[in-house]
Design a protein around this ligand. Sequence first.
Ligand SMILES: [Zn+2]
Ligand SMILES: [Zn+2]
Length: 339
Amino acid sequence: MNEYRAALFDGPGLPLRLASFRNPELQPGEMLVRVTACTICGSDLHTLAGRRPAPAPSILGHEAVGILVTTGRRVTWSIMACCGECDRCRRGLEQKCERLFKYGHAAHGASPSGGLSELMVLRPGTTVLDVPEGLADEVVCPANCATATVAACFRVTGTIQGRSILVQGAGLLGLTAVAMATAGGAAEVHVVDPDAERRELARRFGATACHAGDPPAVDVAFEFSGRSAAMPALRIGGVWVLAGAVFAVPPVAIDPEAIVRGLWRIEGVHNYRPQDLEAALAFLAGPGRRFPFAELVPRTFALAEVNAALEYAATARPPRVMIRPQASSQEGHLPSQAQ
Ligand SMILES: [Zn+2]
Ligand SMILES: [Zn+2]
């Protein structure tokens, strides 16, 4: 009988536990994927540290890429499945679907739903897209989380061409935004981050000026750190897009008169719509190819080494660390046999 292995989250502060399960039986509309790679997202680290509530046991990991078992196609998929029929789905708020299912954040049930597993089952209502040729796993894994979220941020800002941009926080989301702004023809791309190494990295993604302190006023500011203590200075008609505060943070003061007189907008972006995942892939396969995204994933670990990988991710704090649940999947191996 075929079994698959997965790393189970049992609760904050506990190591992940490797376990074997019988291969899932697919329900109508479901698809089975062999997970070839999964990067560790900041939200996974928040869950492990207890800053973000999560059911246990569960299989974490959502920035994954894999091979569809039926067709052999290499695919990425949306981090959520939505119904497409509820009021929110019909209003274009699919990420807040009333029947939303989020991969990597659900209690472990009859089928594996997180990326730290040799197999994953994709449910109906998931956007599944072929990965363009020639994109490394390191580049593709974050497409369905970080890259698509940044694509959603750019969708709400409107045109970037000729505008001055500020990126607050030069982690993976911030660096992706710097690259998208550069590729989109921004006049200036400012970055603010307290970490000198990350500021240096931002220059390699096209940042024109990096700041440890206060940046100048801009047309479009993106908040990815979640830790900005104040609203950034904006020009007339400016917009501040917030996407980083996905955990409890202190309130930030706003000046209502300045918002009124400045014709400013403040936008919140959480996750993304299916079209944003398409935009993310198009970016990575097109203008994004000239940026060093692969270097943001300095180390790769086997599934059995997942706790060492998490330790490394939490202490060395590279933008991403990658796990390879199916080490030989490119050759089309089936899941490992049970002992
Ligand atoms: Zn993520
Ligand atoms: Zn819905």
